[in-house]
Design a protein around this ligand. Structure first.
Ligand SMILES: C[S@@+](CC[C@H](N)C(=O)[O-])C[C@H]1O[C@@H](n2cnc3c(N)ncnc32)[C@H](O)[C@@H]1O
Length: 228
């Protein structure tokens, strides 16, 4: 897979356009997976020093291969809960929920520069969402609407600077690639792999029942109270 969750290079570029980063910023992609967003960050910020970190060594290898042509990108195996800074931007696509929004942002505060910011994508569920969307997120009880995410951000002493939704095409592209992987891996799959493929297929089936109501919110946040 080129990425391990829904998101597009346009999301990364939008986030960068909203932030007043220094000319040569220090940037971390926390839980970079196979490195798709590292490539976009490197293309958009040629003067930046960019690090990627993921806990899974095989994904780190893939991210290194994806970013091999960039001399300003390094990727390492590690725990995003243990990072030390200082970063002008911590980018985290589809992974902050592993730490918890409030818990992760609290940990990362000490790894940010004075004006540093965090951009992260987080599952979001509108109060009006149909049951099919609720079923999709059944395994993530912490899910909330945008106000709920904002409250979790503020509980860490951060302010939400801006947000936008990641929905529709980003999810369709992700599940198209996942469906292709399932089809490739299915022949000859052993019991353990078959169970993984079945679970992935179930996820795609659930998504297809409410594609317009299943979304991530891409949140831009900064320590402190009120916009600076
Ligand atoms: C849904 S994937 C998203 C990956 C990538 N950001 C992307 O969009 O393709 C979640 C990633 O979080 C990583 N991860 C989970 N907990 C982690 C931790 N504590 N430290 C580092 N990586 C972690 C997983 O290995 C996985 O690559």
């Amino acid at each position: 897979m080129t990425r391990q969750g829904p998101g597009t290079s346009e999301d990364v570029r939008w986030a960068l356009s909203q932030l007043d980063l220094p000319d040569a910023p220090n940037v971390l992609d926390a839980a970079c997976g196979p490195g798709a967003d590292l490539v976009t960050l490197a293309e958009a910020l040629p003067r930046a020093r960019i690090e990627g970190i993921d806990q899974l060594p095989h994904l780190v290898e893939e991210a290194r291969a994806a970013t091999a042509r960039f001399t300003n990108v390094t990727v390492s195996t590690g725990d995003m809960a243990q990072i030390s800074g200082f970063y002008d931007l911590i980018w985290c696509a589809g992974a902050l929920y592993f730490l918890g929004v409030t818990e992760g942002l609290t940990l990362w505060r000490r790894a940010l520069t004075t004006d540093g910011a965090v951009a992260f994508s987080e599952p979001v569920l509108s109060p009006e969402a149909p049951q099919a969307a609720r079923d999709f997120w059944a395994d993530y009880p912490a899910i909330s609407d945008l106000d709920g995410i904002t409250a979790r951000v503020e509980a860490a002493g951060y302010t939400v600077l801006n947000h936008r939704l990641i929905t529709g095409m980003a999810w369709a592209e992700y599940y198209a690639e996942l469906g292709g992987r399932i089809a490739t891996l299915r022949p000859g799959a052993d019991t353990a792999l078959s169970q993984v493929l079945d679970a992935a297929l179930r996820e795609i089936t659930l998504w297809r029942q409410a594609p317009g109501d299943i979304a991530y919110a891409l949140i831009l946040a900064r320590p402190g109270f009120g916009p600076t």
